[in-house]
Design a protein around this ligand. Structure first.
Ligand SMILES: Cc1cc2nc3c(=O)[nH]c(=O)nc-3n(C[C@H](O)[C@H](O)[C@H](O)COP(=O)(O)O)c2cc1C
Length: 169
């Protein structure tokens, strides 16, 4: 898929079929995540790949409004590890770049996905930490819920020229 087509047609997909995501695609998503830009190329991230139904169910039931994780056949938890940062304070931006790369790569591979916020919500951070046994120095950042799409949403044109300022505000 051409890059502008991927960007302009990606939507958050929260309904999935029962078909699993192949290991080959999972590896592509992880490679897309890890090639994301990061401050000083520090790559302060870790990933937890979840395909086990009981774990997806535990996450879905432990977090409010996360029913999509019940149907998802894949979830990738993106974590930030501040101990990997020499220049402090950029891990959230680095992990966000990762998340968008995964969403676009998934879309390009025909997989539906949605960014499920974890950081900075204390209850979700605690729940994810407990269920997935995340070490103390690592912060669960976001879950990308994914699977073969069982819904198709149309592209939206959100271009708003009133938010664009040229040369000066
Ligand atoms: C930082 C961030 C956190 C989000 N958290 C959630 C979430 O917890 N649950 C959810 O269903 N969608 C979540 N989303 C997806 C947004 O709701 C979605 O991107 C937005 O409504 C625009 O729709 P689109 O992705 O289809 O273009 C999140 C998106 C971002 C960028």
């Amino acid at each position: 898929m051409e890059v502008f087509e991927a960007i302009f047609t990606r939507r958050s997909i929260r309904r999935y079929t029962a078909e699993g995501v192949s290991e080959e695609v999972v590896e592509k998503l992880l490679k897309a995540a890890m090639v994301a830009p990061s401050a000083a190329d520090e790559r302060p991230w870790h990933f937890v790949v979840i395909t086990e139904k009981d774990v997806l169910t535990a996450l879905s039931q432990g977090m409010e409004h996360c029913e999509m994780l019940e149907e998802a056949t894949l979830a990738v938890l993106i974590c930030g590890d501040e101990s990997l940062e020499k220049i402090k304070g950029f891990w959230v931006q680095d992990c966000s770049a990762c998340a968008e790369n995964i969403l676009l790569a998934a879309h390009g591979a025909g997989i539906g996905a949605v960014w499920v916020a974890v950081y900075p919500l204390p209850e979700r951070i605690d729940l994810v930490r407990r269920v997935l046994k995340i070490p103390e120095q690592v912060t669960p950042f976001a879950v990308i819920a994914a699977g073969h799409p069982a819904e198709h949403l149309p592209p939206e044109d959100r271009y708003d020229p009133s938010r664009v300022h040229y040369q000066r505000w």
